[in-house]
Design a protein around this ligand. Sequence first.
Ligand SMILES: [Zn+2]
Ligand SMILES: [Zn+2]
Length: 87
Amino acid sequence: MESTNDKLCKHCGKPVVATLGSYDVQEQMHWLCFHLLFEHEGAPDRPCDDPSCPWWHIAAYESKLSQIGIDPKQVISEAIDEKWKPN
Ligand SMILES: [Zn+2]
Ligand SMILES: [Zn+2]
């Protein structure tokens, strides 16, 4: 069966959908696969110094939430309840 998207990531082999517009710029990979292979420095599960790093973005959100008096862990806990707990 013909897929609607035959652009596969050269790194992980899964279809590229969300960042298909920059598929060739990302060396025919997912944006995240490209970031982790070529831009991200240090452990893959820690923030790096690239301003596009998703871990760094999460850290920035956590920092700002804490500054305005909201516990980031509580935000996630409430989001988990909303998404997975039955009403
Ligand atoms: Zn990939
Ligand atoms: Zn990074």
